[in-house]
Write a protein that binds this ligand. Structure first.
Ligand code: MD3
Ligand code: FE
Length: 217
């Protein structure tokens, strides 16, 4: 007799849910490689640490961020943009580990997007209480490419809105190992993350790590 010891093991094997006309949740798609992904993220973090960036409006984001790949996303008093250099280290962002690139390409293909070659992977770290308010991702030069998102650690409630900030939102629970792919007409939808509840994950601890792979340049 075997028992399922952990909540995200109890959720079953990989399945696909369609969120919108061109967006898909690949449940548990990354779960088997989570430990290896976390080790790769540790190495990125050693070179380019997580930091809470300032918004142009003068607020500090509750989500801490870093990046890997040839471009990284930054925010400061001058605005939001992609940069080839990490302003903290003054050096290029760490290279995107093959493990991360392969996962992004496999997930994009599974959702029907062939030839996805991301040049940026933004890594978000949420501690309990951290949130991301409704926004659109439109700093990328190529809005025709999809975005692939990977959730690790404690669960979060994702808000999936429409093309206007005021449009109604749908709630989607994202758990350890879930991958979401957003393309086509869903690419510019407003979206956000509700404040995370206090929680603890056996592998990741009391935090959530989200990877988003983009074609930014
Ligand atoms: C839908 N991150 O980094 S990932 C972000 O969980 C971001 O950390 C959230 O929004 C997180 O910009 C959500 C899911 C996501 C990412 C990009 C999207 C959903 C998207 C772009 C268009 C539509
Ligand atoms: Fe976003």
């Amino acid at each position: 007799m075997t028992f399922s010891l952990f909540d995200d093991d109890a959720l079953g094997g990989p399945t696909t849910e369609q969120l919108g006309p061109a967006s898909f949740v690949l449940r548990a798609f990354a779960r088997d490689r989570a430990s290896a992904l976390l080790e790769a993220i540790d190495r990125v973090e050693t070179l380019s640490p997580f930091r809470n960036m300032r918004t142009p409006g003068g607020h500090t984001m509750s989500v801490a961020m870093t990046s890997c790949g040839s471009l990284g996303w930054i925010s400061d008093a001058r605005g939001y943009r992609y940069s080839a250099l990490d302003p903290l280290s003054g050096k290029p962002w760490p290279a995107m580990p093959d493990l991360l690139l392969n996962l992004a390409q496999e997930a994009a293909l599974a959702a029907g997007f062939a030839d996805f070659t991301p040049d940026a992977c933004l890594i978000n770290r949420y501690l309990p209480g951290a949130r991301m308010s409704l926004h659109q991702d439109r700093d990328e030069r190529n809005l025709g490419a999809p975005i692939v998102s990977v959730s690790l650690g404690i669960p979060a409630t994702f808000l999936f809105g429409g093309m206007q900030r005021s449009d109604p939102t749908e709630r989607v629970h994202l758990r350890h190992g879930d991958v979401v792919v957003w393309g086509g007409e869903d690419r510019l939808r407003f979206h956000g993350i509700l404040p995370l509840k206090h929680n603890d994950h056996r592998l990741v601890g009391p935090r959530r790590i989200n990877l988003t792979f983009r074609r930014a340049g």
